[in-house]
Design a protein around this ligand. Structure first.
Ligand code: ADP
Ligand code: ZN
Ligand code: ZN
Length: 841
């Protein structure tokens, strides 16, 4: 069995393409008749990649589900890839044979290529990538079973075979379903393996891998109508239930039928007694179904939509398409109409969206168009829902998967189109755990491997995509820039008013709302319209401090101030750390000087909601932030509440910027833009432009014109001006040269090396050693920035240092031998590499 080998080799690839630190590349070379294969299996110690030899009479390919000996058991696993040799630490006779192939081609070849590519590019072990791609617990407790193939078995079959085989045969025959686990047979029969092999060769049995027990398959009662003519002896209620059942196609889950008819189970039981229906247990796939929405048809496209769709529909092969459409320009309608011919051709489509908050509305629109061919797949599903949704993709029925970042690994066999909506959004990058992949990067690889188009849609494209599409348009023909510059129905983009908050203060206005915003808020109620107030989440303005001595409450484990939380009237006032979730009660007095003037400052959603209540008691606010949307389904509930008009103002954070499409929203207020402008990050300007443009785009999407009011202390800032003029090009013209000058992406490439540990000195020393090592080994076309402490140096008691590698635009990006890195790093210091990091802190 293979140890957890951490051997890395590096190869340089052709210029321009990134680094390779390839885990285990020493036995990854293809050969004509491979002797060994690596198998991912769930051992008692968790998921592991082990090496096995391939018996000469067995065909095993990567992607097969196989059974393998492990310790004293035979367990299931997935064959991952061929190996050309075994690690030096193992002897030939320590490597066992693959037992059998259970299912061939479980995953397609391309799917595995994709996983390998992710593993290489992001310097992550293949096993970690596979774990990120598969639903949780997939391989746990997979058990190999065998069953009779009754149709092949001649009379008196036992006479023809040897004792072990005969014994197995009679055991199986005696069992109702003719099926046992190998584990059970082993206990009962001596020489069970030869026996099974013999029966297999005769074609009398087959082996299969039992569906993993955990998560469990769900059994549920179903009701099936079994008569054409209803008998005369029915009560009116019974008749009604039968009619509903017939109307719904003659088959329903019992709970659904009872709900529809508002009936009790006893009525259906009585119908079963009268032989009108059958009630039986069936496996129910736990697919997250939201209430069915009314069906809708293709809309008649505008000229611009039509032009875009014509090009998209003409593409069959891999192409990168930037669909640059202003907010409300009808991008989603283009996606919908691009998908529908694909489904008819038997292909599937994958749509990635930034956050769950966005999916309810979008999912509804897809359901309304494609009905039950639409599935959602993301990590907020329960394990059961996730597993079942995943499982139903494998057979390749044409379908539409809508999901977040990780859905890029959805195992759809017949992929015809990949769409990233709001492609600029930073939540497409996984930051907390390995692999630190960007779903857009992976989507392009997947598009190339499956040879299908990839649409990147946005009102504010990322600079990466802008450069990528515009550059390759010059050099090759597999990229398209499609533009939807106008809103549907020639609706104007909402006028944006910039309010200088310094002037407000001069005029003696101490409210968080400027005169203009106050006036607009007053008008809302009169006109019976709704508004959105946006608060920048990443502000540092919710801290608690003493007005007397200036003491600030900080997290005991992190170098950040605690945030003030007050959920509702009468609730306990809490302080919480946004990094480690440390929570404590707000003390009434300053811990330092005991002053009672120990209050929180700032303009979080809570404070703004409270100010709103005070100054505009007639307006009903609704908070939409990470506190109020913590529970499953709460995004949908809040948005529905708001769209039913149960509140006048939606007060929220970054979540508001993403795809909310409500016609009755006419006012968008940005309480303070400044927190966005001054972040110490080379991407701050891009993020500010994107966020402000997106949030402004929520206004005036219906027949009533909208307006946007942005409050700021720096009205002259060029990002603010570009937002005001709805001028993406102006923003780009300003921002691109700045990036180019400093060799930041999209020109140069970044790799962030992060170190953390409990001992401050040890982390610092390790960072220093690693930095020196880089200086000695990395070429001149890479700038080494640091080592430096992370901008928040301590999080959850761990001290953090980092080194930033900046590769010049034409540099060959080669990561030096990672094995040496680890050697320089004591066990107590953890080392993380973030390839193409989005945040450098
Ligand atoms: P985007 O995704 O670009 O923000 P949407 O696709 O949400 O824009 O479209 C904005 C609104 O216009 C939606 O309510 C949508 O139903 C509507 N819409 C889109 N295309 C058309 C069309 N061709 N005709 C009429 N209405 C449309
Ligand atoms: Zn004090
Ligand atoms: Zn903390």
């Amino acid at each position: 069995m293979l140890e957890n080998v951490s051997k890395y080799k590096y190869m340089s690839m052709s210029s321009g393409s990134l680094l390779v630190a390839q885990p285990r590349s020493f036995y990854n070379i293809q050969s004509s008749s491979p002797q060994w294969i690596e198998v991912l299996l769930n051992s008692p110690w968790g998921q592991e990649l082990c090496i096995y030899s391939i018996p000469s009479d067995l065909m095993v390919q990567p992607g097969d589900i196989v059974s393998v000996p492990f310790g004293k058991q035979i367990i299931g696993g997935i064959a991952i890839r061929y190996a050309n040799s075994i690690p030096e630490s193992l002897n030939d006779d320590q490597v066992k044979d693959i037992d059998d192939v259970i299912t061939s081609g479980f995953f397609t070849k391309n799917y595995f290529k994709l996983l390998e590519k992710v593993s290489q590019y992001y310097c992550t072990d293949l096993i970690t990538v596979i774990q990120a791609a598969l639903p949780p617990n997939l391989l746990s407790k997979s058990q190999r079973r065998i069953r009779l193939k009754n149709e092949n078995i001649p009379p008196n079959a036992e006479f023809f075979c040897r004792p072990a085989a005969a014994q197995i045969l009679s055991l199986l025959k005696a069992q109702k379903d003719g099926n046992y686990s190998i584990k059970y047979l082993k206990r009962k029969v001596k020489g069970v393996r030869q026996g099974i092999r013999e029966l297999n060769q005769r074609g009398w049995i087959e082996s299969y891998l039992e569906t993993p027990k955990n998560p469990q398959v769900k059994q549920q009662k179903s009701v099936t109508l079994v008569v054409d003519q209803f008998p005369p002896n029915l009560t009116p209620r019974q008749l009604e239930v039968l009619q509903v059942l017939r109307h719904e196609g003659g088959e329903l889950w019992l709970t659904d039928l009872l709900n529809l008819c508002q009936a009790s189970a006893s009525i259906v039981d009585a119908l079963a007694v009268k032989h009108c229906v059958i009630i039986e247990y069936r496996e129910r796939l736990r697919l997250l179904k939201d209430p069915e929405k009314s069906r809708d048809k293709n809309k008649i496209l505008t000229c611009q939509q039509h032009e875009a769709l014509k090009i998209i529909n003409g593409l069959e092969n891999y192409n990168e398409i930037l669909l640059h459409g202003v907010t409300g320009s009808g991008k989603t309608e283009v996606y919908l109409q691009a998908i529908s011919p694909l489904l008819e051709k038997g292909k599937s489509a994958l749509i990635l969206v930034p956050e769950i908050a966005l999916t309810p509305q979008l999912t509804d629109r897809f359901r309304a168009r494609f009905g039950d061919k639409v599935y959602v797949y993301h990590s907020n599903l329960s394990k059961g829902e996730r597993y079942d949704t995943w499982r139903q993709m494998l057979p390749g029925e044409p379908q539409v998967i809508i999901g977040t970042r990780s859905a890029i690994f959805a195992p759809l066999p017949n992929l015809g189109l990949i769409i990233l909506d709001e492609e600029h959004d930073s939540s497409f990058k996984q930051t907390q755990i390995s692999p630190n992949y960007h779903a857009r990067t992976v989507a392009k690889w997947r598009g190339e491997l499956e040879n299908c188009p990839v649409i990147l849609g946005s009102a504010t494209p990322s600079l990466e995509t802008w450069i990528s599409v515009n550059q390759s348009q010059v050099s090759s023909d597999n990229s398209y820039y499609l533009s939807l510059p106008e809103r549907i129905g020639s609706r104007p983009l909402p006028p944006i008013k910039i309010v200088d908050m310094r002037e407000e203060l001069k005029r003696g206005n101490r409210s968080v709302f400027s005169g203009s915003l106050q006036e607009a808020l007053r008008n809302l109620k009169e006109k019976n319209q709704q508004g959105i107030l946006f608060i920048n989440r990443r502000g540092h303005s919710t801290f608690v401090s003493c007005r007397h001595c200036g003491y600030v409450m900080e997290c005991p484990d992190c170098d950040v101030s605690l945030s003030y939380h007050y959920t509702h009237e009468g609730a306990t006032e809490l302080l919480r750390c946004h990094y480690c979730n440390h929570t404590q009660i707000q003390p009434p007095n300053c811990p330092e000087c005991n002053s009672p003037y120990f209050k929180f400052f700032g303009s979080g959603t809570q404070k703004v909601t409270q100010a709103l209540k005070q100054e505009f008691p007639e307006l009903k606010p609704l908070r939409f932030d990470s506190d109020t949307t913590r529970n499953k389904g709460s995004h949908r509930r809040l948005l529905e509440q708001f769209s039913r008009g149960e509140a006048d103002i939606l007060v929220g954070t970054q979540m508001l910027t993403k795809g909310i499409d409500l016609a009755q929203v006419t006012l968008v207020g940005v309480v303070s833009a400044d927190g966005l402008l001054y972040l110490s990050d080379y991407r701050a300007a891009e993020r500010a432009f994107q966020t402000l443009t997106q949030v402004a785009g929520r206004a005036g999407r219906g027949d009533e014109p909208g307006q946007v009011i942005i409050q700021t202390y720096s009205p002259e800032n060029s990002v603010i001006q570009a937002v005001k003029n709805h001028d993406y090009h102006c923003f780009i013209d300003e921002e691109l040269p700045r990036r180019e000058e400093l060799n930041f992406p999209p020109y140069g490439r970044l790799i962030l090396v992060q170190l953390s540990g409990l001992d401050a000195i040890e982390v610092q020393n390790t960072a220093q050693k690693l930095g020196d090592y880089f200086q000695d080994t990395i070429g001149l076309d890479c700038e080494i920035l640091g080592p430096a402490p992370a901008s928040i140096m301590r999080v959850a008691k761990r001290y953090r240092w980092q080194i930033l590698l900046k590769f010049l635009p034409d540099a060959r990006v080669i990561i030096p031998d990672m094995e040496n890195w680890h050697k320089l790093c004591p066990n107590s210091v953890s080392l993380k590499i973030d390839i193409d990091p989005l945040h450098i802190n």
